[in-house]
Design a protein around this ligand. Sequence first.
Ligand code: HAM
Length: 426
Amino acid sequence: MAIQRPKGTQDLLPGTVEQWQYLEDTMRNVCREYGFDEIRTPMFEATELFQRGVGQTTDIVKKEMYTFLDKGDRSMTLRPEMTASVCRAYVEDKLYGQPQQPVKLYYIGPMFRYERPQSGRFRQFHQFGVEVLGADQAVVDAEVISLVWDLYQRLGLTQLEVHVNSVGCPVCRTKHRAQLQEFLSTRRDDLCKDCLDRFDRNPLRILDCKNPTCQAATIGAPTTRDTLCEDCSTHFERVLTLLGVAGVVYRVNPRLVRGLDYYTKTAFEVMVEEIGAQSAICGGGRYDGLVEEIGGPPTPGIGFAMGLERVLAALQVQHKLPEEKPRLFAMLVALGEKAQTEGFALLSALRTQGMPVSMDLLNRSLKAQLKAADRQGTRYALILGEEELENKVLLIRDLTLGEQIQVPLINAVEEISKMYQRGVYA
Ligand code: HAM
C-alpha cells in the first residue's frame, strides 16, 4: 500500500500555499508596523521545558506531547507551543541584556500536539504569535490585543468575538481557588471524570469544561474577577479602558480560563463561530511568572498565538481571500531545437530583469503549448518558430485579447520589458 501522510497533518499544495503566503505576509507587515522582530527557535526542546513552562496539569503536557528519547536518554519533545521556547531563548541568549527593552518578538511556524484530529484541529498545525518580555504595564496588554484586532481588520475578518478576562496573580488565584473548591464541593457528583481530576489540581479549568453537566454545576460559581486583588483589578480596568480607546470591540468573559498554566492577570481569546466547534482562532495572555519558572530573572511577559489553519478557514467562509493572480507574465512557445536554444537565452535575459517567465518543457505542439499557456492564466505567449528564427523576429501574442505583434528579435527584451513596466500584465 502507498505510504500516507500522518493523521492530522496536511500537504499544502500550490494554489493553497499562495493563501498561506498572503496570510504570513500580512502578519509580518503588521508586526513590522508594531516594532516586533522575528524569532526562530528549534522545533524540538528538552521535555522539561514544557513540563515546567506549560504545566504538569495541562492537557497538553498530560496527553498531547510528541515526546521521544534522543538516541540516548535525553527526553525531547516536538514543541506544542512556542511561548516556553521563546522564554527559554530569552534567558539562554540573555535577551534581557539587550539595549532595546522590552523585547518584542514574533514567530510563525509549525507546532505539534497529539490531539484527536477533527475539522480545525490538527496534529501538526501552524501558529503566528507574539511575545513581549520585560514590561508589566497594562498598556502592553492593550497593545498586544490591538495588534490582533488590527490584523483581523486588515484581513477583512468580521463576526469576531474577542473575550477578555483577568485570571489574577498567584495571590488572588489562591483565594479564588479556595472559594471555587468550596462552591463545587457539594456539586462533585455532577462533574465529569476530567473535572474530578481537576478539582484538586487545577479547579479553575472546570469553569472552562465543555461538558453540559459541568457547565450547569458551575452556574453561579465565584469568578476570578470577584476575587482580584487591588493591583490585578486596577491593571484589568486599565486594559479595558485602553482597548476602548483603540476601538477594539470586546466582551469581558469571567469564565474564560486558558488551558495553559502560566497565565496571570489578562487572558483573552478570539472566536469565529462560523468555522465550527474549533472556533478559537487566537488565544493569549500575560505570564508574569514564566521566565522565572524556567530559571530566568523575574520578568513579566505577555503574548498570544493564533492558528493559521483556523484563520484561513475563517477567511474562506467569509470569502475574504484575495483572488489568485497568474504567476507568469509570459510563456515562451519555441518550436524546434534551434528556436529552443534562442528562446532559452531570451528567457534568461528577461528573468535577469525580474520578469516571471517560463517555457514549455514537454516538447508539445504549437497548439498544445498555447493552450497550456492560456490555462495558466499567462497573458503573453512569445512565439518562436523556424520561420520567425529565419526572419529574426519574435511574435508576441496577447492571449487575453487574441492580438499579436511582431518585433525584431534583437529588440525583444527591450519591447517585452516596456510592456511589463506599463503593467499590461494581467
Ligand atoms: P493555545 O490556546 O494553546 O495557546 O493555542 C493558540 C491557538 O493555536 C488556538 O487558539 C488555535 O487557534 C491554535 N491551535 C491550538 N491547537 C491547535 C490544533 N491542534 N490544531 C489547530 N490549531 C490549533 C498557546 O499556544 C499559547 N502559547 C498562546 C500564548 C502566547 N500565550 C501567550 N503567548
